[in-house]
Design a binder for this molecule. Structure first.
Ligand SMILES: [Zn+2]
Length: 419
């Protein structure tokens, strides 16, 4: 477990962080289940105003940009030196938990406070960020705030519509932001020395390895698919089993194929999100079914191998069920490797503080995917109880939160000292 080694700038104030967490986590929707603070909602707006105020209390020069990112700034000693960026996001998925994102936002603010408490002045400027709408929206766009600063939130993304036809731009404008001025939110790569994010692991690896801290090697890539199975509608009582063209049976086998293919690599997963069929009848053989899902891996080659393997399995299933399947792949999001040098500094910082530290990949997507296009990026994980996340049971111990903050600060100091 955690050694009692204080960093150069002292200890994180657990009690204060816990009470801040209690407040921020409680700003949730009254109509959605769990701890729901979805991007650009009323409660998200309240949370952003509150975070802005906490940043100001911490002595940061804080503002909100056109995309809704809350950004606090602590000036460094050397004018013009590229900044160090730390932060995360405070929005949640619908029915989510109380630690995903929040830990990194409150942790980054505490880092700024620890620097000031210890009288430590950085050479570089420090940007503390609460990115807008990391988790995505009904328009299907993720990493909204981080893509805005990285310059990759394009007009097509802003024009994406939800089921009611509302665009992302309208959603953002409705929350008081200025999507038409998005260019003003953009950061210059030459202004950023490094991006560091503290986050909960959201999986069971750290707990299983009895580790205090995980340094992320790579953020998984994702390939999504939509499968349309065509069969033939027939009478459920009269058509013999061996001549049926049962789309439902083929779709059910396809679900199991996703499990097989997703289990085939060293670090792969495969998931079916939905299986739907147009037939509402029980006395009729399904003539059609739709299956949607995804595969993930930290290795691009494994994503491509899974695509090939899944397509091959479907061809066999069509033969068995006398169906015809049309498989469409969505955009392949390539894995995002974290910066090796920066991750090395985080690893050294964690070990110096006496923490049991491992390296692991992230199965979940993070703002680092967008920011890595702009600047060297690294992530520091703390354990999630039972690996649970994106659910109301999501939990991390506050001693681990404090440890993560201290490792984040120690890493910031190392980045600041590096040439
Ligand atoms: Zn998150």
């Amino acid at each position: 477990m955690s050694a009692e080694t204080a960093g150069r700038a002292g200890r994180a104030e657990i009690d204060r962080i816990e009470s801040e967490w209690e407040h921020l986590a409680s700003l949730v929707s009254s109509s959605l289940p769990g701890w729901s603070r979805t991007g650009f909602s009323e409660e998200d707006r309240a949370a952003r105003d509150w975070v802005l105020q906490r940043m100001r209390d911490a002595g940061l020069d804080a503002r909100q940009d056109a995309a809704g990112n809350v950004i606090g700034y602590l000036e460094g000693e050397v004018p013009g030196a590229p900044d160090i960026v730390i932060g995360s996001h405070s929005d949640t998925v619908p029915g989510g938990g109380r630690f995903d994102g929040i830990v990194g936002v409150l942790g980054a603010i505490e880092v700024a406070r620890m620097l000031r408490r210890s009288g430590t002045r950085l050479r570089r400027g420090l940007r503390v960020v609460d990115f807008a709408n990391e988790e995505g929206n009904p328009q299907g766009v993720k990493l909204v705030g981080s893509r805005a600063v990285a310059g990759s939130l394009d007009a097509a993304a802003l024009a994406s519509r939800d089921a009611e036809g509302t665009t992302l731009a309208a959603l953002m404008a409705g929350a008081g932001h200025r999507p038409e001025e998005l260019a003003s939110a953009r950061w210059r790569a030459s202004d950023i020395a490094a991006y560091l994010e503290l986050h909960i692991e959201q999986g069971p690896q750290l707990e299983a390895q009895k580790a205090d801290i995980g340094i992320v090697t790579s953020i998984c890539g994702i390939t999504t698919f939509s499968l349309e199975v065509r069969g033939r509608r027939d009478h459920a009582g009269t058509m013999p089993m061996d001549v049926r063209q049962d789309a439902m049976c083929c779709a059910a086998d396809a679900v199991l194929a996703v499990r097989r293919v997703g289990s085939s690599g060293t670090a792969t997963v495969g998931t079916v999100g939905q299986l739907t069929t147009p037939s509402p009848l029980t006395n009729t053989i399904s003539e059609a079914a739709t299956v949607t899902g995804e595969f993930r891996s930290p290795e691009r080659a494994e994503l491509e191998t899974m695509q090939t393997a899944f397509a091959r399995e479907l061809a066999e299933l069509d033969g068995i069920h006398r169906t015809s399947s049309a498989l469409a792949w969505g955009h392949l999001d390539a894995p995002t490797p974290m910066d090796q040098h920066l991750s090395g500094l985080a690893l050294a910082a964690s070990l110096e503080l006496g923490q049991e530290t491992v390296q692991l990949y992230s199965g979940a997507t993070h703002d680092g995917v967008a920011i890595a296009e702009l600047a060297p990026s690294a992530m520091i994980f703390i354990p999630s109880r039972d690996g649970r996340s994106h659910c109301p049971e999501e939990w991390s111990d506050f001693a681990d939160v404090a440890t993560g903050i201290e490792v984040l600060l120690e890493t910031v100091l190392r980045v600041d000292a590096a040439p």
